[in-house]
Design a binder for this molecule. Sequence first.
Ligand code: ATP
Length: 211
Amino acid sequence: MKRIGLFGGTFDPPHNGHMHIARAFADELQLESVIFIPAGEPYHKQIKSNTTNTQRQDMVERIIAIDKRFSMSDCDLLRKGPTYTFDTVSRFRQVFPQAQIWWLVGMDSLLQLPAWYRYQSLLECTNLAIAARGNATIASVPAQLQLWLADALNKFKSQPDGNDGGRAFILKADYLPISSTCIRSHWPDGVRHDVPMAVAEYNDQQGLYQA
Ligand code: ATP
């Protein structure tokens, strides 16, 4: 069964925390590819810096060069107006009708999920791969997701194959305490090692995140 991971994010900048979970998901779920999808105007998250879309895209290009399973789609950057994960996943379902599609998130994103546009339909049409982040635990998952999560974890165990959605997987990899917010506020002091070298060099060359 061909499995594909979709990894949406602001990626301002992409960092080693992103790389770490993308690789761990690819290993654990045997993903054929992980497609990084830089957000255009995500309706659930404000972009909080002056970084341009082209610069975010350039940085993601430097990350995907590191692992041959990684690639990037600019579909959300090209779309006008707010972008909804539900629409993004629906498009990929059409492109890869036979594949099992996984949307990759950190636990902080899972906790926000009930605020996302058509999140219930989203959970029906895709499978959700969740990585630890911060102090949030499964116990902090909002009540309206708990039943779904229990069923979805069981579905992956009992029916690992299938091109439908409704499965969940929780990654047991270590959590790297890195965030783009912290990198933007402190660059370069103490955070330079939190991004791959090629991203650090690009940031310097472009003069990003200067106070
Ligand atoms: P910001 O600090 O600007 O909010 P961020 O570091 O959360 O950014 P995003 O690009 O918004 O980065 O994250 C994309 C996805 O990656 C989200 O699902 C987020 O939960 C996840 N993620 C980001 N950093 C980590 C990390 N260190 N560990 C686990 N998941 C992460």
